[in-house]
Design a protein around this ligand. Sequence first.
Ligand SMILES: [Zn+2]
Length: 228
Amino acid sequence: MYQGREAVSGPVAEICERIWLSIAEKRLRPGAHLKEEELSEIFDLSRARVRQALSLLESDGLVTILPNRGAFVAQPTIEEARDVFLFRKQLEARVIERVVERITEDGIRQLEAHLAEERAAHDRGDTSAAVQLAGGFHLVLADLAGSDFLASMVRILVSRSTLITSMYRVRHLNNCAPEDHEGLINAIRARAPGPAQAAMREHIDHVEAELDLGEATPVARDLRQALG
Ligand SMILES: [Zn+2]
Protein backbone atom coordinates (compact mmCIF):
# COMPACT_ATOMS: atom_id res chain seq x y z
CA MET A 1 0.00 0.00 0.00
CA TYR A 2 1.23 3.46 -0.82
CA GLN A 3 2.29 5.02 2.45
CA GLY A 4 2.14 8.72 1.76
CA ARG A 5 1.74 11.50 4.23
CA GLU A 6 -1.88 12.22 3.41
CA ALA A 7 -4.57 9.59 3.59
CA VAL A 8 -6.27 9.31 0.19
CA SER A 9 -8.61 6.76 -1.24
CA GLY A 10 -10.25 5.83 -4.52
CA PRO A 11 -8.72 6.25 -7.97
CA VAL A 12 -6.24 8.96 -6.91
CA ALA A 13 -4.84 6.61 -4.28
CA GLU A 14 -4.61 3.89 -6.89
CA ILE A 15 -2.45 6.05 -9.17
CA CYS A 16 -0.20 6.96 -6.21
CA GLU A 17 0.06 3.31 -5.27
CA ARG A 18 0.86 2.06 -8.77
CA ILE A 19 3.51 4.74 -9.30
CA TRP A 20 5.01 4.17 -5.87
CA LEU A 21 5.11 0.41 -6.41
CA SER A 22 6.67 0.76 -9.85
CA ILE A 23 9.39 2.92 -8.27
CA ALA A 24 9.90 0.40 -5.46
CA GLU A 25 10.17 -2.43 -7.96
CA LYS A 26 12.57 -0.40 -10.13
CA ARG A 27 10.27 -0.56 -13.15
CA LEU A 28 9.97 3.20 -13.04
CA ARG A 29 13.32 4.87 -12.68
CA PRO A 30 14.23 8.21 -11.13
CA GLY A 31 14.01 10.91 -13.77
CA ALA A 32 11.26 9.11 -15.75
CA HIS A 33 8.75 11.50 -17.30
CA LEU A 34 5.25 11.00 -15.86
CA LYS A 35 3.17 12.33 -18.72
CA GLU A 36 -0.23 13.49 -17.62
CA GLU A 37 -1.96 12.54 -20.84
CA GLU A 38 -0.50 9.05 -20.92
CA LEU A 39 -1.29 8.42 -17.24
CA SER A 40 -4.81 9.60 -17.83
CA GLU A 41 -5.17 7.01 -20.63
CA ILE A 42 -3.50 4.21 -18.68
CA PHE A 43 -5.74 4.71 -15.64
CA ASP A 44 -8.77 5.87 -17.60
CA LEU A 45 -9.12 8.94 -15.41
CA SER A 46 -9.37 12.68 -15.97
CA ARG A 47 -6.21 14.73 -16.15
CA ALA A 48 -7.41 16.62 -13.09
CA ARG A 49 -7.34 13.37 -11.08
CA VAL A 50 -3.90 12.53 -12.46
CA ARG A 51 -2.66 15.99 -11.48
CA GLN A 52 -4.05 15.51 -7.99
CA ALA A 53 -2.14 12.22 -7.63
CA LEU A 54 1.07 13.75 -8.97
CA SER A 55 0.79 16.63 -6.59
CA LEU A 56 0.37 14.24 -3.63
CA LEU A 57 3.42 12.31 -4.75
CA GLU A 58 5.29 15.59 -5.04
CA SER A 59 4.43 16.51 -1.46
CA ASP A 60 5.95 13.17 -0.39
CA GLY A 61 9.11 13.91 -2.34
CA LEU A 62 8.62 11.09 -4.86
CA VAL A 63 7.82 13.30 -7.82
CA THR A 64 9.28 16.59 -9.04
CA ILE A 65 6.96 18.92 -10.96
CA LEU A 66 8.70 21.40 -13.25
CA PRO A 67 6.75 24.37 -14.62
CA ASN A 68 5.97 23.95 -18.34
CA ARG A 69 7.80 20.63 -18.42
CA GLY A 70 5.65 18.30 -16.38
CA ALA A 71 6.16 15.68 -13.69
CA PHE A 72 9.15 13.41 -13.26
CA VAL A 73 10.09 10.71 -10.79
CA ALA A 74 12.31 12.56 -8.32
CA GLN A 75 16.06 12.04 -8.40
CA PRO A 76 17.41 12.34 -4.89
CA THR A 77 21.09 13.22 -4.80
CA ILE A 78 23.65 11.16 -2.94
CA GLU A 79 23.88 13.91 -0.37
CA GLU A 80 20.10 13.84 0.16
CA ALA A 81 20.22 10.04 0.42
CA ARG A 82 22.78 10.28 3.20
CA ASP A 83 20.73 12.94 4.96
CA VAL A 84 17.58 10.81 4.80
CA PHE A 85 19.33 7.88 6.49
CA LEU A 86 20.98 10.13 9.07
CA PHE A 87 17.59 11.59 9.93
CA ARG A 88 15.89 8.18 9.95
CA LYS A 89 18.43 6.96 12.50
CA GLN A 90 17.64 9.82 14.89
CA LEU A 91 13.93 9.69 14.30
CA GLU A 92 13.43 5.95 14.51
CA ALA A 93 15.69 5.63 17.56
CA ARG A 94 13.19 7.97 19.23
CA VAL A 95 10.27 5.98 17.83
CA ILE A 96 11.56 2.70 19.24
CA GLU A 97 12.33 4.32 22.61
CA ARG A 98 8.69 5.40 22.85
CA VAL A 99 7.49 1.99 21.69
CA VAL A 100 9.53 0.30 24.43
CA GLU A 101 7.96 2.63 27.01
CA ARG A 102 4.38 1.89 26.03
CA ILE A 103 4.26 -1.47 24.25
CA THR A 104 1.52 -3.91 25.26
CA GLU A 105 1.27 -7.65 24.59
CA ASP A 106 -1.17 -6.82 21.82
CA GLY A 107 1.38 -4.50 20.25
CA ILE A 108 4.04 -7.20 20.33
CA ARG A 109 1.63 -9.65 18.70
CA GLN A 110 0.93 -7.07 16.01
CA LEU A 111 4.66 -6.73 15.25
CA GLU A 112 5.11 -10.51 15.22
CA ALA A 113 2.17 -10.97 12.86
CA HIS A 114 3.63 -8.35 10.53
CA LEU A 115 7.04 -10.04 10.60
CA ALA A 116 5.41 -13.40 9.76
CA GLU A 117 3.88 -11.78 6.66
CA GLU A 118 7.27 -10.33 5.70
CA ARG A 119 8.87 -13.76 5.99
CA ALA A 120 6.11 -15.42 3.98
CA ALA A 121 6.49 -12.86 1.18
CA HIS A 122 10.26 -13.39 1.25
CA ASP A 123 9.94 -17.18 1.13
CA ARG A 124 7.57 -17.22 -1.81
CA GLY A 125 9.79 -14.72 -3.66
CA ASP A 126 7.05 -12.10 -3.85
CA THR A 127 9.35 -9.07 -4.00
CA SER A 128 6.56 -6.59 -4.49
CA ALA A 129 4.84 -7.68 -1.26
CA ALA A 130 8.20 -8.00 0.52
CA VAL A 131 9.15 -4.40 -0.31
CA GLN A 132 5.82 -3.07 0.88
CA LEU A 133 5.81 -5.15 4.06
CA ALA A 134 9.40 -4.21 4.92
CA GLY A 135 8.58 -0.49 4.76
CA GLY A 136 5.29 -1.25 6.48
CA PHE A 137 7.10 -2.69 9.50
CA HIS A 138 8.58 0.74 10.20
CA LEU A 139 5.14 2.31 9.87
CA VAL A 140 3.59 -0.19 12.31
CA LEU A 141 6.35 0.66 14.78
CA ALA A 142 5.72 4.37 14.27
CA ASP A 143 2.00 3.87 14.94
CA LEU A 144 2.82 1.99 18.15
CA ALA A 145 4.88 4.98 19.33
CA GLY A 146 1.60 6.81 19.89
CA SER A 147 2.67 10.08 18.28
CA ASP A 148 0.99 11.40 15.15
CA PHE A 149 3.95 13.70 14.60
CA LEU A 150 6.54 10.90 14.69
CA ALA A 151 4.31 8.66 12.56
CA SER A 152 3.89 11.29 9.85
CA MET A 153 7.63 11.98 9.75
CA VAL A 154 8.40 8.25 9.47
CA ARG A 155 5.90 8.00 6.59
CA ILE A 156 7.66 10.72 4.64
CA LEU A 157 11.10 9.29 5.22
CA VAL A 158 10.11 5.70 4.45
CA SER A 159 8.61 6.82 1.12
CA ARG A 160 11.74 8.75 0.33
CA SER A 161 13.93 5.81 1.34
CA THR A 162 12.01 3.65 -1.12
CA LEU A 163 12.91 6.03 -3.91
CA ILE A 164 16.52 6.19 -2.77
CA THR A 165 16.89 2.42 -2.52
CA SER A 166 15.26 2.05 -5.93
CA MET A 167 17.89 4.39 -7.32
CA TYR A 168 21.01 3.38 -5.47
CA ARG A 169 20.49 -0.18 -4.38
CA VAL A 170 23.02 -2.53 -5.94
CA ARG A 171 21.72 -6.00 -5.18
CA HIS A 172 18.38 -7.34 -4.00
CA LEU A 173 15.24 -5.35 -4.15
CA ASN A 174 14.19 -5.62 -0.55
CA ASN A 175 15.95 -3.19 1.73
CA CYS A 176 15.12 -4.58 5.18
CA ALA A 177 16.14 -8.02 6.33
CA PRO A 178 13.43 -9.89 8.31
CA GLU A 179 16.18 -11.05 10.73
CA ASP A 180 16.89 -7.41 11.56
CA HIS A 181 13.22 -6.80 12.24
CA GLU A 182 13.14 -9.86 14.47
CA GLY A 183 16.06 -8.39 16.44
CA LEU A 184 14.11 -5.16 16.88
CA ILE A 185 11.07 -7.04 18.18
CA ASN A 186 13.27 -8.96 20.64
CA ALA A 187 14.74 -5.73 21.97
CA ILE A 188 11.25 -4.27 22.36
CA ARG A 189 10.04 -7.42 24.11
CA ALA A 190 12.96 -7.10 26.55
CA ARG A 191 11.79 -3.52 27.20
CA ALA A 192 15.36 -2.29 27.08
CA PRO A 193 15.39 1.20 25.53
CA GLY A 194 19.18 1.47 25.09
CA PRO A 195 19.69 -1.82 23.23
CA ALA A 196 16.49 -1.22 21.21
CA GLN A 197 17.81 2.14 20.03
CA ALA A 198 21.20 0.63 19.22
CA ALA A 199 19.50 -2.17 17.24
CA MET A 200 17.48 0.39 15.26
CA ARG A 201 20.54 2.50 14.41
CA GLU A 202 22.38 -0.62 13.35
CA HIS A 203 19.44 -1.74 11.19
CA ILE A 204 19.29 1.56 9.35
CA ASP A 205 23.06 1.45 8.91
CA HIS A 206 22.59 -1.97 7.28
CA VAL A 207 20.04 -0.60 4.85
CA GLU A 208 22.28 2.32 3.98
CA ALA A 209 25.31 0.05 3.59
CA GLU A 210 23.46 -1.89 0.88
CA LEU A 211 23.36 1.21 -1.27
CA ASP A 212 25.99 2.34 -3.68
CA LEU A 213 26.17 6.01 -2.84
CA GLY A 214 29.14 6.42 -5.14
CA GLU A 215 27.39 6.47 -8.51
CA ALA A 216 23.95 6.79 -9.99
CA THR A 217 22.61 5.33 -13.20
CA PRO A 218 19.11 6.65 -13.74
CA VAL A 219 17.41 5.10 -16.75
CA ALA A 220 14.02 6.23 -18.00
CA ARG A 221 11.79 3.53 -19.44
CA ASP A 222 8.51 3.38 -21.24
CA LEU A 223 5.76 4.63 -18.92
CA ARG A 224 3.11 2.13 -19.92
CA GLN A 225 5.51 -0.78 -19.62
CA ALA A 226 6.76 0.45 -16.23
CA LEU A 227 3.26 0.70 -14.81
CA GLY A 228 2.07 -2.58 -16.27
ZN1 LIG B 1 13.55 -2.32 8.33
